[in-house]
Design a protein around this ligand. Structure first.
Ligand SMILES: *Cc1c(COP(=O)(O)O)cnc(C)c1O
Length: 438
């Protein structure tokens, strides 16, 4: 609602005559959680963004009667466009991001009994897909400043079963790929980048997904490029993508007859490809808006002690900003616990959230040492050792406790939206002691 409150209307009416109206003004700046007016009263940009472009694209596919990629050309067209966008030599579209990771892992020959190094600060699909392969997700600690996998924390985690590293570019911010690649070369490991939140993010001027062996992307509804469900694998190794293509199409060779491997059906439909092509007409402009707003908000938050944007490495020459990530230091907010801080921010109309919690909360991970198949594959001793290592990651646990973020659509607002975010943080900070009591 944008109607000014009675108090505010009175204030506006009287302010010309009464130069000093600090008492009334003070009422206006009370935290919304304590009955004041919220800083943000309108609506944030909604997601997804669409218009006739999507409608027409879908109608065209409907009328063509060519709904499957074997009949139509939309999926082919999208793969070519996505390869162009990312600069990759080749691309294969898949049903979703989870299965783009599944495809890449299979083609990298990550199999039952292998181990894969990754961060637990991720959406659970990253480790679910490793587990479904009956490989072991070996969790490494985080860089507390960037929230991302700390390559140095992989030291000592490699054994003869270790086959690959899965750096996850959380929020669209790049993992330190120099560190990851140096470690991968030293130990002869494959690298599959989970870039499901990092479409056109760049590491040293090169799009993510092209530094490692392959990069995997998601086009699920919440993502910055969206067709409800969808995914893709990119690589600069064309033969690798040929093999991904075969895997996603029941193992069928793409260029010649034959079935070199067993596979699955992970094909994107023509409808989804048509929507993705339509979404791509706005994608780069939206990305630029997010990046400009994020840079502006960085500059505003720099002035506020206790709320710090997550570090973006110098090598990350472009952040995709699926999430705007921050670290909350409650000692700078009169000890106000994070949960109460978030409640106060939400009351101000600012949708700050707590994101990932510790992977210890997933019973299927805690119970893994008791799993029949994993016991056969890895042995009880290795699984006990794994549990001890994987659940003792102090820097990651701190990140879980102290981070907050908001989603990409907020960064599509105009600049005044960023001013409101900073104003709300300042207001909550000013009244933190009072807010801690309610
Ligand atoms: C969204 C996401 C996935 C999974 O993608 P889906 O398309 O939902 O299957 C995997 N990893 C990360 C980091 C994600 O954010």
């Amino acid at each position: 609602m944008t109607n000014p409150s009675p108090t505010r209307r009175r204030f506006l009416g009287a302010s010309a005559a009464l130069a000093a109206a600090p008492a009334v003004h003070a009422v206006d700046t009370r935290p919304a959680l304590l009955g004041g007016e919220p800083v943000h009263k309108g609506r944030w940009p909604s997601w997804p963004v669409f218009d006739k472009t999507e409608e027409n694209a879908l109608a065209e596919v409907v009328r063509s009667g060519k709904w499957f990629r074997g009949d139509g050309k939309k999926v082919d067209e999208f793969e070519a466009a996505y390869a162009r966008l990312t600069g990759a030599k080749a691309c294969v579209a898949t049903v979703n991001g989870t299965n783009s990771l599944f495809t890449a892992l299979n083609v990298m020959d990550v199999r039952a009994g292998d181990e894969v190094l990754l961060t637990p600060f991720t959406f659970l699909a990253s480790f679910n897909v490793i587990l479904r392969q009956h490989a072991l997700p070996v969790f490494v600690d985080s860089d507390p400043d960037s929230f991302l996998m700390d390559p140095a924390a992989m030291e000592g985690m490699v054994n003869e079963r270790t086959r690959a590293i899965m750096p996850v570019h959380i929020g669209g911010s790049c993992v330190d790929m120099d560190g990851v690649m140096a470690f991968a070369r030293k130990h002869k490991l494959g690298v599959v980048e989970d870039a499901c939140q990092a479409w056109i993010a760049q590491w040293r001027g090169r799009n993510v997904g092209r530094t490692g062996t392959a990069g995997c992307f998601s086009f699920q509804a919440s993502k910055n490029l969206n067709s409800g469900e969808g995914g893709a694998v990119i690589s600069d190794d064309e033969e690798f993508i040929d093999r991904c293509h075969a895997f996603h199409n029941q193992g069928r060779n793409r260029r010649s007859p034959g079935y070199p491997m067993s596979g699955s059906n992970l094909r994107l439909s023509e409808f989804q490809a048509a929507v993705l092509l339509a979404q791509m007409t706005r994608f780069e402009q939206q990305s630029n808006t997010r990046n400009a707003n994020a840079a502006y908000l960085d500059s505003l938050l720099k002035e506020i002690p206790g709320i710090r944007p997550a570090k973006t490495y110098d090598g990350c020459t472009r952040n995709a900003y699926h999430l705007y990530m921050m670290r909350y230091d409650q000692s700078q907010f009169a000890g106000l616990p994070r949960a109460q801080f978030l409640k106060a921010m939400n009351a101000e109309g600012i949708p700050f959230r707590a994101g990932y919690s510790s992977h210890r909360n997933f019973e299927f991970l805690r119970e893994l040492p008791n799993d029949r198949a994993f016991r056969k594959l890895f042995g009880e001793r290795r699984l006990q050792e794994w549990a001890k290592q994987s659940f003792d990651l102090p820097r990651f646990e701190r990140v879980c406790q102290e981070h907050t973020w908001f989603g990409q659509n907020i960064l599509l607002a105009d600049r005044s939206g960023m001013d409101q975010i900073a104003a709300a943080v300042r207001k909550v900070q000013k009244h933190a002691a009072e807010l801690a009591k309610v």
